[in-house]
Every structure is written in structure tokens, then in C-alpha cells.
Design a protein around this ligand. Structure first.
Ligand code: 5CA
Length: 468
């Protein structure tokens, strides 16, 4: 992309309404624009990052064997009356009446809709296990939308739903989600700690929230400091292996880590030596739930058991705050000058800054770099505007591309360009060809990880044909 032809409305002034860094920087970098309270338009740069976050979420869900689909944003109130939540959900639910006087709502979550789909098509335990998910906009009429996309009213969520014959199978699905979430957040450069949480309006008391530690987080958290040393890394995992899933759950959840909703001070003091006790704040970027037959029973989502009896399925639901993640990533990774994107989610892989636009040699070198990087499957952002070097650097620093190649007539005379690391500010002089190779090397591991994984065997073998 050439900046002269892009739409990047950066702001010089710090917007008064933004009280935390991520909100401020997203507005300044021209990523979002508020449409009304807690509702945002995603401008091109913000939309690019949102797409990258969603892509990682999709890849990791499919790697775990979960199946993508798409449900609508508007739902019929009737289904929610069946589960009993239409009245229970309260003022956060946006209720709408259509021209035929039918009660509708803008979905805050999808347990009812997916359970209805399940009960329509699935009749036998032989069609289990099944986990379906989608990435779709949700609406919750939050009393105090704030911090930009962090607590929006309209927000993008990945929500997945598992259907299993037994509690044990459903707990394996729970563990599979936990593992896939650890991978997902790490690919975005985040450490998100699973913590014992409260079921809230979704229900169930078997639930963990994933929290990114940040001073600006809305949740109070209490944890054993040892937990921050844990990394999932790129270890191999077989998602169909029950014991492996259980081992990861135990590794990541056996130490004390709770949100303020479930915190127990006496237990905290008993389980954690004083020197390792931490009290901090965190941003909730996901939550997983096992709630058994809470929805399947009232809604009649049963399957024929191996003994030939109809039994309600065991379910759980599993959410990731896709749009909130953008705020969380920025809170965790920025400095005075702007955002510092982790390579996994950066809107462009590398910026090219031409120090002397109009100089034939500099222009030509930039064009050649642009073409070579693009040929490697990388997406550069070339600042080809007639602007001072200082202004170009300030824009690149603000929008936070992790790598920058600076091209100027003086360097070119010596046969070099400059490659700069946004995080450390360190630069190295390299030939243009070596600069391209350097950027390619940096992104190569991410491109490997981004390759779609083969579908796990048991899922691949099971065919799903139902006639109704
Ligand atoms: N049905 C379940 C899981 S599928 C569910 O709705 N879970 S949730 O309520 O915990 O939401 C999932 C995630 O969405 C949260 O962890 C959070 O990251 C994100 N989220 C929730 N409310 C908001 C909001 N108002 N703005 C932005 N993100 C939100």
C-alpha cells in the first residue's frame, strides 16, 4: 500500500475523550471513529488489525477441530423465552420490535440460537462430539461504555459452543478451548492468564476468564507470581488426546489465580507464600464455560444415547473478545511515540520511508523494495508522500509497524538502506537485498504458523449427513 493513496486520517491532537493509552492511540492513528456511544466505525487501519486478529482466532479454532459458521445478529425473543433468559437478562439486552409486532433482540450471545440449530439436526450420540463457532457482532447495552473498543456496546466476539454426550467429554472440549486460547493469545504477543471466574448471565460455576495484566484493566486480579513464568510456546499438541488436554489445564490452572468475583483472601494466604502473592489489574480477553444441561434441558436438545434413551447433551460456551483484544494488545505494547504492534497482528509487515521523495534514485530504490517485499508475500506500507522525514517517522511510530526500512540518497551512495526495530529503536545498515531477506526472516515463522493445520483424524473421518 502506498500511503499517498491510502486512507489514514491521523490526528495531531490528543482526543480529550480518551482516558487510556489504547483508546487515545487508536483515535490518533485513525483506526476507529465513534459512531455513537460504545459503537465504532473501523477505519481501514483498524479494520486491517481486526481482520488479522480474527484470522488468528479462526486458525487456532480450526486447528482444535472446531467448525466455523455464521449466525445472525438479530434473534427472535421466542427462543430466549424457552431458556428463561428473555426476562433474566435485564437492561443489557437491546430489545427490538419488528413491523409485525414480533419481539426481536440484538444478540448479546448465542446459546439459544445454536441450541435450536443443534436440536433440529442432531439426533444421535454418534454425531458427537461437535463444536461449532462463529465470529459475529454482539450488542450489550452496557451502562457505561468506555475505553473505546475495550467496553463497547457493539463488539466483535468469537463464540463457540460444544455439544457432548457426557460431562467428561464436555470437560475435554473445555480443555481443548483452554489450549487453543493459550496458543491464540501468544500468537498475538500477549500473555493471558486463565483465572477462576464467575458464571454471570451465561451460567455454570466451572469457568475461567483469560486476563492480560494491565494497570488500566477493569478487573481486579489475585495470583501466584509463578504463573507469569508459564508459556505454552510452540509445543505440539494432539487436540484429540484427553490426557494431554487435562495436563495443560492442570499446568495452567493449579496455582492460585482468581478475579475479584471469586477471590478468597484466606485461601490466597493459605496457598501462596507472601513473597509470591500479587494483586493487580487485568483485561478480560476471553472466557470459557462448562454449564452442562442448563440450555439443552429446557430447550429439549437431546440425543439418543448408546442405550437407546434420549439424554440432554452436555454443553459449554467459549468466548474471545476479538475487538477488545485490539485495545488489550495496545495497552500491553506501546510507548510515548505510539503503538508497537506484535508481528502476529501488525496491519502492515514493514514501513518504507523515502527520505527524499522525487529523488530519482531514492524513488527507484523504494519501488524495488516494495516489489521485492510484495513478491515474498509481505505487505509493506510505503510512505511516498511529499513530507519532511520527521513527519514520516512520526507517522510510522504512531501507527506502530514493528519494522521500518529507511531509504535516502546518502545511504544509497554507500549501497545501504536502514532497517529499524520499532520496539528497541535499534537500526542496522544493510544492502537493499539483505534488508528484504531480514524482513522475510522475521515473518517466516509467523507465516509457517499461519498455514492451516490438517483437520484432526477423528473429525475428518466422521461424516455428517442428516436429513430432516
Ligand atoms: N457466550 C459466552 C461465551 S461464548 C459469553 O458471552 N462470554 S462473555 O460474556 O464472557 O464474553 C466473551 C468475551 O467477550 C469476554 O471475555 C470479553 O473479552 C468480550 N466482551 C464482553 N463484553 C464486551 C464489551 N462490552 N466490549 C468488548 N468486549 C466484550
Amino acid at each position: 500500500m502506498r500511503l499517498s493513496r491510502y486512507f489514514l486520517p491521523v490526528l495531531k491532537e490528543t482526543p480529550a475523550e480518551a482516558s487510556i493509552a489504547s483508546h487515545r492511540l487508536m483515535l490518533r492513528a485513525g483506526m476507529i471513529r465513534q459512531a455513537s456511544a460504545g459503537i465504532y466505525s473501523w477505519l481501514p487501519l483498524g479494520y486491517r488489525v481486526l481482520t488479522r486478529i480474527a484470522r488468528i482466532v479462526n486458525e487456532e479454532q480450526q486447528r482444535a477441530g472446531h467448525i466455523p459458521m455464521l449466525m445472525p445478529t438479530l434473534q427472535s425473543a421466542d427462543l430466549w423465552r424457552e431458556s428463561g433468559r428473555y426476562d433474566d437478562y435485564g437492561d443489557e439486552m437491546l430489545r427490538i420490535r419488528d413491523r409485525h409486532d414480533r419481539d426481536m433482540l440484538y444478540g448479546p450471545t448465542n446459546e439459544e440460537l445454536i441450541t435450536d440449530i443443534f436440536r433440529t439436526y442432531v439426533a444421535s450420540y454418534k454425531q458427537l462430539p461437535l463444536t461449532l463457532y462463529h465470529i459475529q457482532w454482539k450488542f450489550r447495552d452496557e451502562i457505561r461504555p468506555r475505553f473505546g473498543v475495550m467496553r463497547g456496546r457493539e463488539f466483535l466476539m468469537k463464540d463457540g459452543y460444544n455439544f457432548d454426550l457426557t460431562k467428561d467429554d464436555a470437560l475435554h472440549a473445555y480443555n481443548r478451548h483452554l489450549v487453543s486460547y493459550l496458543r491464540t493469545y501468544e500468537r498475538m504477543g500477549l500473555q493471558a492468564i486463565p483465572m477462576r471466574a464467575d458464571g454471570g448471565p451465561i451460567g455454570g460455576d466451572y469457568t475461567h476468564e483469560f486476563l492480560v495484566l494491565a494497570e488500566t484493566g477493569e478487573s481486579g486480579v489475585f495470583y501466584d507470581s509463578e504463573i507469569t513464568d508459564l508459556r505454552f510456546g510452540d509445543r505440539d499438541i494432539d487436540y484429540t488426546d484427553v490426557a494431554q488436554g487435562q495436563a495443560v489445564l492442570e499446568e495452567f490452572t493449579s496455582r492460585y489465580a482468581r478475579t475479584d468475583d471469586t477471590h478468597d483472601q484466606a485461601l490466597f494466604e493459605q496457598q501462596v507464600p507472601e513473597a509470591r502473592r500479587r494483586e493487580a489489574r487485568g483485561i478480560e480477553v476471553g472466557q470459557i464455560f462448562y454449564f452442562g444441561t442448563k440450555y439443552s434441558e429446557p430447550m429439549g436438545a437431546t440425543v439418543q444415547s448408546p442405550e437407546g434413551k434420549p439424554v440432554p447433551v452436555h454443553m459449554g460456551s467459549h468466548g474471545i473478545g476479538v475487538s477488545r483484544l485490539m485495545g488489550a494488545i495496545i495497552e500491553a505494547s506501546h510507548d510515548e511515540a505510539g503503538i508497537i504492534w506484535p508481528e502476529g497482528v501488525t496491519p502492515f509487515h514493514v514501513g518504507i520511508v523515502n527520505l527524499k521523495q522525487g529523488d530519482a534514485e531514492a524513488d527507484q530504490a523504494c519501488e524495488a523494495l516494495y516489489a521485492q517485499l510484495t513478491a515474498h508475500g509481505l505487505e509493506p506500507l510505503y510512505d511516498d508522500r511529499e513530507e519532511r522525514a520527521g513527519a514520516k517517522f512520526a507517522t510510522m511510530d504512531l501507527i506502530g509497524l514493528p519494522w521500518r526500512i529507511t531509504v535516502g540518497p546518502r545511504g544509497l551512495k554507500a549501497g545501504v538502506v536502514e532497517v529499524t526495530d520499532r520496539r528497541t529503536g535499534e537500526s542496522e545498515e544493510l544492502s537493499p537485498a539483505a534488508a528484504v531477506a531480514r524482513i522475510e526472516d522475521i515473518y517466516h515463522p509467523h507465516r509457517e504458523a499461519a498455514r492451516p493445520a490438517p483437520i484432526p483424524e477423528p473429525m475428518a473421518k466422521r461424516s455428517f449427513h442428516t436429513w430432516v
